[in-house]
Design a protein around this ligand. Sequence first.
Ligand code: PGA
Length: 249
Amino acid sequence: MRKIIIGNWKMNPGSLKEAQVIFNDILKMVKGLKNTEIIICPPSLFLSIGDKLKIKNISLGAQNVFEEMNGAYTGEVSTKMLSSLGVKYVILGHSERRNLGETNKIINKKILATLKEKLLPILCIGENTRDNNGFYLAFIKHQIIECLANIPKAQIKNIIIAYEPIWAIGDKAINEATKDEFIEIQIFIKKIIADIYDIKTANTIKIIYGGSVHSSNAKEFIDGGADGLLVGRDSLSPKKFKEIIEIIK
Ligand code: PGA
């Protein structure tokens, strides 16, 4: 199956010019790539770097979107606007946005709006910490149930779930996650989806891993059955990103 490698640039780089340089470098390395889909998610303001993007295997994603279609919402960006720029995916529910006050209910509205515009949501979930009593599992279950409320069964195949344990994200990460920790959550996610819908539907959802993915651990998660990876820091360095792509392809 095709593996998905997402580059989440967050609020980087500092200018459109720099963004274009990084993107052009990435474009060069994806030509001829087989069985791998690269999704680059720059800040919304820089989504024009992929103007008239017609190369197979690479798409653009946004890092967020607003749930309403248009109107008096100062500072917001709609799904339609993203569509008009050729965007295909939208990251939703990233822990850094949840930290800014985004709730599961808001994320759910954004997922519904995204699917309505025929864009594909990348739903991020993940716990703050792991405890010995399994409370983190209840936390993840709650996130999934609330974020996927009212999503029709037929749409589940269009959603990517990114398991991103918060303790493993960014340069302040407490620890790196292991393959086994990913596998545990992957099975758990499928079980929750099977309980909400059915087993067949649970098997259509793509589950990827994110949080301090580097070329040193990328293979581990793919070997563990991840459908792909969500890369933060290392996606801003074409050299490091290339190393990850090389390993996966
Ligand atoms: P990181 O970020 O790879 O820098 O840990 C991942 C993410 O936040 O999506």
